[in-house]
Design a protein around this ligand. Sequence first.
Ligand SMILES: [Fe+2]
Length: 300
Amino acid sequence: MTHASSRVSALRSVALTVPDLALAEQFYTQTWHLDVAARTDKAIYLRATGADHHVLALHEAPGPARIRNVTLRARSAAALQEVAQAAVAAGGRVLQPAGPLGEPGGGTAVTVADADGRIFRLVHGDVLHADAHEEKDRPVRLAHAVLNSHDVEATRRFMEQVFDFSLSDRTRIMAFMRCNSDHHSIALGDTDNDALNHIAFLMPDLESVMRGGGRMRDAGFGIEWGPGRHGPGDNAFNYFVGPFDVVIEYTAEVEQVDDSYQAGQPSDWTWPPGRVDQWGISQPPSARLKQAQRAIVFVS
Ligand SMILES: [Fe+2]
């Protein structure tokens, strides 16, 4: 296995605020097929079938949904201090110094923000479920989170200098970055804003990505982009606009890479006219999807 990042072993979870926790819980359990791992007065913590204590934390707060943080898992306890120092050196801030995390899943964590207010939390020693498994039609873990940036090259430098991520591929509109053998765990989208673009949940197989598309359509959430297979990462996809305009993706078959992977440049990743996926069957992303991909901003 490759160790692309000396500090980060994986993307663990994303935390959001939503205005209606009951509605969100119903959707993310009944339709999206996560399970409630823990709950507090004002938050629920949703797990997939994998070992991560939770992959999605939802906190109730009025107004539009916002993103509270992207949580990464540290390779060592020492990485927390390294990240705190590197974040400041890279123009960011430490929002919460390393210390015990007072939420379900526990562990110790440091919380940092980059110069544009993207909030990352690095956790170490968090609880892992002993019953990790794969199950048809249910997400296993997060596959990636995509963050928009009005200055992708600056955000990319932050990810490299602070979290020791590596560039897997650079297209005209995205920088794909990895911390482990997954082709990417974080991607940065070239845009005019710094919102959350989407959260991708890894399904155990392609069949589950497709059946998930039908289950979502039955629940009133049509496929807004897909089905298709991406270029960089080679993963199959279906994209949806979930409750409160949060863009969520079912994906599978993400390319596994090692240190020998050669980063592609924009000229290596072009489509023939009219094509937006490898199979050549997907329509372009819907206008609704594109609008939602800029709706969820970080809490300040
Ligand atoms: Fe994606």
